[in-house]
Design a protein around this ligand. Structure first.
Ligand code: FAD
Length: 378
């Protein structure tokens, strides 16, 4: 796609996000669901296939432009952005990279046009960070694998048609594409979440679900080491940009409020302590965006350190989102604690980013290991 066309796609996404998604984000949060019209609105603009190559019906945006798109959508609504993270990044980009030709041809065009919604089913009630210990089981029986077990915290599972699911044969973990229509697969929607409330979260139950052997992604036993890690690389990149999106949204809200709200006969933005908060927020958001862009450029050039740079961007950006959203609540005072103002929601949403796609502690462990190797004296 030409550069001009890519810019046009981003501009159309921005117009849709600002005119349609952002004004309704509070409503989506309250009703705990994303209307089908919005999913169709993203699909009709090609955005659900944004990172999928044109040969499979996608837009084929490069990582930098896909990052910019994630910021645009994430600034408008975190749950809507979560659909991009899960459907397009975690599943779509992973299938582009690791799927067989048959899997790519069968699933990616439907995903790009939004006629199949995909979700990523790794976590379980008792298994989170230590994802190599998944208890969902897979048993080879002729030319099918029989899956049994329960997944939890699966974004968009309640409405998904396709599940990238991870199961163990008792020794090693493999990855499979399960379909909603397969007998024995059911979902149980989850409610009452801190954030991502409109992301159709559900538990997924597998009771003797027979998945054809050709639906395995990657080779047997490489489900965690290869498939989940690849997916999480794409997912973390998306979450890094999601942090920039929340930080930018919170910053714009706090500046708008500081310019209007008066106390002691002056706009609160004239008080130096409020200016200090704004200065720190501007700096943090710029720094987070710079890290995201750097990791995007490294992805684009095929740099071996791109994986670690994405971890660094995700770690920093999610902390930035939480800090800036918290500071925005502070600038809004009592109004910041009320759901009539968007910063209350941004604050809740920002905390989620420190938990998903590897917690902040996991990022620290990985970044520290990298730092200990890379920065030792010769
Ligand atoms: C809104 C939301 C959406 C989600 N969407 C999905 C999804 O689509 N698909 C999916 O599979 N999962 C999803 N999850 C699950 C998410 O990936 C997990 O919550 C996350 O991986 C953490 O696992 P856990 O909650 O079991 O925490 P635990 O692993 O139990 O961790 C608890 C605490 O211990 C810390 N900890 C754990 N191990 C270590 C260690 N080695 N060193 C230091 N500290 C450690 C953690 O950092 C954390 O602070 C979602 C979760 C949320 C909240």
């Amino acid at each position: 796609m030409s550069e001009a066309r890519e810019e046009y796609v981003l501009e159309a996404a921005r117009e849709y996000a600002e005119a349609v998604i952002r004004p309704q984000a509070g409503q989506f949060d309250r009703q705990e669901s994303l209307p089908r019209e919005v999913i169709d609105g993203l699909a009709s603009r090609g955005l659900l296939g944004a990172a999928i190559p044109a040969e499979y019906g996608g837009l084929g945006l490069d990582p930098l432009r896909y990052g910019a798109l994630t910021e645009i959508i994430g600034k408008a609504c975190c749950s809507t952005r979560a659909l991009l993270t899960v459907h397009t990044s975690l599943v779509g980009e992973t299938l582009v990279r690791l799927g067989t030709q048959a899997q790519r041809e069968r699933f990616l065009p439907d995903m790009a046009r939004g006629s199949r919604i995909a979700c990523f089913a790794l976590s379980e009630p008792g298994v989170g960070t230590d994802a190599t210990s998944v208890t969902t089981s897979s048993r080879k029986q002729g030319d099918v694998y029989v899956l049994n077990g329960r997944k939890k915290w699966i974004s968009f599972a309640a409405i998904a048609d396709l599940f990238l699911v991870f199961a163990s044969d008792g020794d090693k973990v493999s990855a499979f594409l399960a379909e909603r229509s397969m007998p024995g697969l059911s979902v149980k929607p989850m409610s009452g979440l801190l954030g991502n409330r409109a992301a159709h979260m559900a538990e997924v139950i597998f009771e003797n679900v027979e998945v054809p052997a050709e639906n395995m992604v990657g080779r047997p036993g490489t489900g965690f080491s290869f498939v989940a890690n690849t997916a999480l690389f794409y997912g973390r990149y998306s979450i890094a940009w999601a942090g920039v999106a929340i930080g930018q949204a919170a910053l714009e809200e706090m500046v708008g409020y500081a310019r209007e709200r008066e106390q002691f006969g002056r706009k609160i933005g004239e008080f130096q302590l409020i200016q200090g908060i704004i200065a720190d927020s501007v700096t943090r958001v710029h720094a987070a965006r710079a890290l995201c862009e750097r990791s995007g450029r490294m992805r684009l050039s095929g740099d071996d350190d791109a994986v670690m740079e994405v971890n660094i961007a995700k770690y920093f950006s999610s902390k930035t989102a939480l800090q800036v959203a918290s500071d925005a609540v502070q600038v809004f005072g009592g109004n910041g604690c009320w759901n009539e103002y968007p910063v209350e929601r941004l604050f809740r949403e920002s905390k989620i980013l420190e938990i998903i796609e590897g917690t902040s502690q996991v990022q620290q462990v990985m970044i520290a290991g990298h730092g200990m190797r890379k920065y030792r004296r010769p």
